[in-house]
Design a protein around this ligand. Structure first.
Ligand code: MG
Length: 388
């Protein structure tokens, strides 16, 4: 059989209710998640017609962004099934074309899986990728009691992509009308047409929760990001002295718009730096009244959340304080514990050291304090600890 004509529709028009954030904005290894999904579904097929279905409010922005990629950006509908239909029909495909329908939240699909599902759909009219169920499956009552153990030898999980002759989909749409279905395979089944299954790589996971993004990021593997931060604040009599999230008894304290915790500012910049996400002044401008007197731990938490949104967690943090007095030694453990909480790591992954200025410069004269921070981020699944 000659290779069929193909097309790709990637659907990312959902509300991401279970994620609690806009999934289209999520980044993985420096690229939006949907771009990974789009590339994975498309690359094995070459330059075929391609539609990306998104929420109507995102169409304009993404159209501009995708204009060099030969992708039609299409407004989704109220249900997933409406979005798929909008995407398929926007491509004006002939009935014989095999359209590959893929989820924008599935960044990993093996090349061989795409080829196999296309081939099966060309032959049968409809085909889906499936993976085995490895856990024992129970049916439970409304009260949560086990009713029975379900034999799993003939149960599978349906993955995407799913592939269909466009004519098969059109016939099913015409018969099914406005009925609801969970995927296009269910639609084709409902109208009594066959759907073939193709064993797919089980690592083709769907990002549904923040933990999933971490797992996916970990699967990308090997990436370590390093960020550095540096900050200076003036010392003045009668101010509170906050360092590394701990208030230290001292006749002098640091002056700033927030609580002026010079160490946490350097750490925030280091985390943002490792993410490639700008700097503290950009995220929390001193011109904004809301940051007046703010506890600087808010800045660190936000930066850690920004890293989590990109699929990264903090691996370790090293801080050097430069100040003449007071001595840091007695507070070091409290500082490490506090920063470990904010960064979501064990205290053993945080280090705080201090040096004086030997009487030299602004540090040596006791006019101010400075802090240097280095942070490493790694792909990971844990959520920021203690975030509100
Ligand atoms: Mg500062």
């Amino acid at each position: 059989m000659t290779a069929p004509e193909t097309a790709v529709v990637v659907v990312g028009a959902g509300r991401s209710v279970r994620f609690g954030a806009d999934k289209l904005q999520l980044r993985l290894a420096g690229r939006p998640l949907f771009e990974h999904a789009l590339a994975a579904a498309r690359e094995p097929l070459g330059a075929v017609p391609c539609a990306l279905v998104v929420r109507p409010e995102d169409v304009q922005e993404l159209t501009a962004k995708m204009r060099n990629d030969d992708v039609i950006v299409v407004a989704g509908g109220a249900r997933r099934q409406d979005s798929v239909r909008n995407g398929v029909e926007a491509l004006s495909l002939g009935d014989d074309v095999v359209v590959v329908i893929h989820d924008a939240a599935r960044p990993f699909v093996a090349r061989a899986d795409i080829a196999a599902v296309v081939e099966a759909a060309a032959e049968c009219g409809a085909a889906i990728l499936v993976a085995p169920i490895v856990d024992t499956v129970k049916r439970v009552s409304g009260e949560g009691m086990v009713e029975t153990t379900v034999p799993r030898d003939r149960l599978v999980r349906a993955l995407t992509p799913q592939a269909f002759r466009v004519g098969t989909l059109r016939r099913a749409w015409a018969v099914a009308g406005e009925t609801d279905w969970t995927d296009e395979a269910a639609l084709v089944e409902a109208v009594g047409e066959p759907v073939a299954t193709v064993p797919g790589d089980p690592r083709n996971i769907k990002v549904t929760t923040p933990e999933d993004l971490g797992a996916v990021a970990a699967a990308v593997g090997g990436q370590v990001r390093i960020g550095q931060g540096y900050d200076v604040h003036r010392l003045e009599a009668g101010r509170s002295l906050w360092l590394c999230g701990v208030e230290i008894p001292s006749p002098v304290g640091l002056v700033g718009h927030s609580d002026a915790d010079v160490a946490l500012h350097a750490v925030t910049d280091a985390v943002l730096g490792a993410c490639g996400d700008g700097d503290i002044g950009e995220h929390f401008p001193p011109s904004e009244e809301q940051w007046s007197g703010a506890a600087s731990e808010v800045f660190v938490r936000r930066a850690v959340e920004s890293a989590a949104q990109r699929g990264f967690v903090v691996a370790n943090c090293d801080v050097t304080l430069l100040l003449e007095a007071p001595r840091i030694g007695p507070h070091r453990d409290a500082m490490r514990r506090r920063m470990a909480e904010l960064l979501g790591v064990n205290a053993s992954c945080v280090n705080v050291k201090a040096t004086t200025g030997e009487g030299l410069g602004f540090v040596g004269r006791g006019e101010g304090a400075a802090a240097l921070a280095v942070v490493t981020l790694v792909p990971g699944r844990q959520l920021p600890v203690g975030s509100p």
